[in-house]
Design a protein around this ligand. Structure first.
Ligand code: ZN
Length: 256
């Protein structure tokens, strides 16, 4: 049994939905201690959390939104428990999955300590990924609505705003450990009469937030980038190429 360090956060309230989703994040901060301080601070002030993630037009003494997660996993794989799973933590922000905008109400949030895109996209150490896998195994075992298909990225639920945990996060390794999914490569005849509508339908079917416009709009491109970050990290251009279309069909078959 994995041991969790208790680091209680006051930043939570009551759930309004049953738990049926897990959202993975990176912290995007310098180190674990700064992230833990921010995620447990009931009165966060801008100047106390300096860094490139903070926009320059924020006054140094301006209050920041209160945030939290249920767990933090540091680079050594040590797990911190901040908010009991039964409560709603505040990690998803403006987001949506499967047409439902109340993600925090139904999700368990895990923050993985990593500087992310603002700090040179460092690798995720093996020990850290082992820690994430162990934590997910523990969580998935305890909640009946949860399984490997129910683990998503922050970038999946907020493609226009978020890029975490990022294309360097090893989703395939998580899938091999049984705590995420990874598509088999499928090839088939792709129809060509209305590929954009087909792609929009596949993305929405999987859960991505976008409207069925029938043309390649910004939201569709952002959802494609988010999809590629997870399932085709070697090329996250957002271009609707054949390989992406195959992968969309493969993932769609896996998740429902
Ligand atoms: Zn996040």
């Amino acid at each position: 049994m994995t041991r969790y360090i208790q680091r209680p956060s006051p930043n939570f309230d009551a759930r309004t939905r049953p738990i049926d989703l897990v959202v993975l994040h990176y912290t995007g901060m310098q180190n674990a201690e700064v992230a833990l301080a921010r995620l447990t601070d009931p009165k966060p002030v801008a100047g106390n959390y300096p860094g490139p993630w903070q926009s320059e037009d924020v006054e140094p003494d301006a209050p920041l939104p209160r945030v939290s997660a249920h767990y933090v996993v540091d680079e050594a794989g040590q797990i911190y428990s901040l908010v009991p799973e039964e409560h709603r933590a505040w990690h998803a922000g403006v987001s949506s999955w499967e047409g439902d905008g109340e993600v925090n109400a139904r999700a368990i949030g895990i923050e993985i300590v990593n500087g992310g895109h603002d700090f040179g996209s460092p690798d995720f150490p093996d020990a850290q990924i082992e820690g994430v896998i162990g934590l997910l195994r523990d969580i998935l075992r305890r909640w009946p609505e949860l399984n490997a298909k129910r683990v998503v990225a922050h970038s999946d639920i907020a493609p226009a705003r978020k890029a975490d945990p990022g294309e360097k996060f090893p989703w395939k390794r998580l899938a091999e450990a049984g705590v995420s999914i990874w598509p088999e490569h499928v090839t088939m005849q792709l129809s060509s009469d209305d590929p954009v509508s087909e792609v929009q339908q596949e993305l929405a079917f999987i859960g991505y937030p976008l409207k069925q416009t029938g043309y390649m709009d910004e939201a569709t491109k952002e959802a494609l980038v988010a999809f590629q970050r997870r399932f085709r990290p070697s090329d996250i251009s957002g271009v609707m190429d054949d390989e992406t279309r195959y992968l969309l069909i493969a993932v769609g078959r896996m998740v429902k």
